[in-house]
Design a protein around this ligand. Structure first.
Ligand code: FES
Length: 73
């Protein structure tokens, strides 16, 4: 029986992926997840360690589209 993979969208932050996953780059190479069972994938596009989040979203003031629309009223 497969374990469940859970993906959470952090407010104006990364996608948190929890569970037994494998991740491949654009060439199909398997990426080393370092044995972690939770990874954060960049959603803002500014990470220097893509596809992983490196926290840059906070420094650049990233606002997800739905949150930016909410703020503009
Ligand atoms: S979402 Fe964190 S660096 Fe892009």
């Amino acid at each position: 029986m497969a374990e469940t993979v859970d993906i959470s969208i952090r407010p104006s932050g990364p996608y948190l992926v929890r569970g037994p996953v494998t991740l491949h780059d654009g060439q199909g190479n398997l990426l080393d997840l370092g044995g972690k069972d939770t990874i954060a994938l960049c959603r803002c596009g500014a990470s220097t360690t893509k596809p992983f989040c490196d926290g840059t979203h906070s420094k650049i003031g990233f606002l997800a589209a739905n949150e930016a629309a909410r703020e503009s009223g």
